[in-house]
Design a protein around this ligand. Structure first.
Ligand code: DOR
Ligand code: ZN
Length: 342
């Protein structure tokens, strides 16, 4: 362990974030915008973001919720296989990417793609490729839960091969198979969450069931976690941080039929500093949480330096606003690093 007592991160970016809407948006957006310079926002609202009108008004609601924070919300559109070229050309400058969900694979994805056949997806993908719009994918099949991501690898390959100019981001990867695939195709990139660098299925279900660690894709085996962690620690040039912080109210987590999603926004950076410090890799952290994403998405984020001090941070038991609430990962636990308020 290093003897560092302070540390800085510049322009941190969260390249996979769920902000929801209404009071939940007002509760969680500032918990990202106060510490990140920007975030890629997922479109799985009810109904999902599929029109320019819905997109622009959501962007405005996010902006309002972030108040005066120095922060950019990079919003995505919900994939549909029949978007016209003209529609995409018109909306291109207002979005960072389009997110493809296989139908029913996770929260609010019922109207996602009903087939992952390249020929079915071709109309939209070919326009995206021509227009330079990146494609983010939730890569899971409907198979056995531990194999869903592995089974999706041939689908990633078929899309990567059919559209070599299309930038594809494998979202929230959880397996060694996905890390290995990164090296096979120039146009494949990936994001990884905080929890998948830290936990395995054992932490979710090996003892008492831990609803606040349940997410999709589910955490996998120790060897998968090692492959993900090693790639992150060495700042793999195609692997970006994307928290997939996914808030659900407490009563939807601590119940029968727990919703999938881990809420990590308020603790993500502090825990990453602790993790990279533990492995003597702090020099690579800024690449993982900012520079790689800047290159992949060709972004110039707003200037923002976050200062950390080695001082205990007791994670709140719950965050609340009006009738909304959410329990963070590591609730009631103490972290080694705090963010210095400016
Ligand atoms: O655990 C998850 N929660 N995985 C997803 O893919 C979606 C997310 C959510 O929106 O709640
Ligand atoms: Zn997500």
């Amino acid at each position: 362990m290093s003897s560092l007592t302070t540390f800085e991160i510049h322009e941190p970016l969260d390249m996979h974030l769920h902000l929801r809407d209404g009071d939940m948006l007002k509760l969680v957006a500032p918990l990202t915008s106060e510490t990140f310079s920007g975030a890629l926002i997922m479109p799985n609202l009810v109904p999902p973001i599929t029109t320019k009108e819905a997109l622009l008004s959501y962007k405005q609601r996010i902006k309002d919720a972030c108040k005066d924070d120095i922060f950019d919300a990079y919003v995505t559109l919900f994939f549909q296989s029949d978007y016209s070229y003209e529609f995409l050309e018109d909306i291109k400058d207002d979005i960072i990417a389009i997110k493809l969900y296989p139908a029913g694979i996770t929260t609010n994805s019922e109207t996602g793609a009903s087939s992952m056949d390249v020929e079915v997806l071709r109309p939209t993908l070919s326009s995206m490729s021509k227009l330079g719009i990146p494609l983010c994918i939730h890569g899971e099949t409907n198979g056995f839960v531990m194999d869903r991501e592995k089974e999706f690898m041939p689908i990633y390959e078929s899309i990567a091969k059919a559209f070599p100019e299309l930038k594809i981001i494998m979202e929230h990867i959880t397996t060694k198979d996905a890390i290995d695939l990164l090296d096979k195709y120039d146009n494949l990139h990936a994001s990884v969450t905080l929890q998948h660098l830290l936990i395995t299925l054992d932490d979710v279900a090996g003892g008492m069931l831990q609803p606040h660690l349940f997410c999709k894709p589910i955490a996998k085996r120790p060897e998968d976690r090692s492959a993900l962690l090693n790639a992150a620690l060495k700042a793999h040039p195609k692997l970006m941080f994307g928290s997939d912080s996914a808030p659900h109210p407490k009563h939807k987590k601590e119940c029968c039929g727990c919703a999938a999603g881990v809420f990590t926004s308020p603790i993500a950076l502090q825990v990453l500093v602790e993790l990279f410090e533990k492995h003597n890799c702090l020099d690579n952290l800024n690449d993982f949480v900012s520079l790689t994403a800047q290159k992949v998405y060709e972004l110039t984020p707003k200037k923002k330096t976050i200062k950390f001090i080695k001082k205990d941070f007791l994670v709140p038991a719950i965050y609340e606003y009006k009738n909304e609430n959410v329990v963070p990962m590591y609730a009631n636990e103490t972290l080694a690093w705090s963010i210095e308020k400016s």
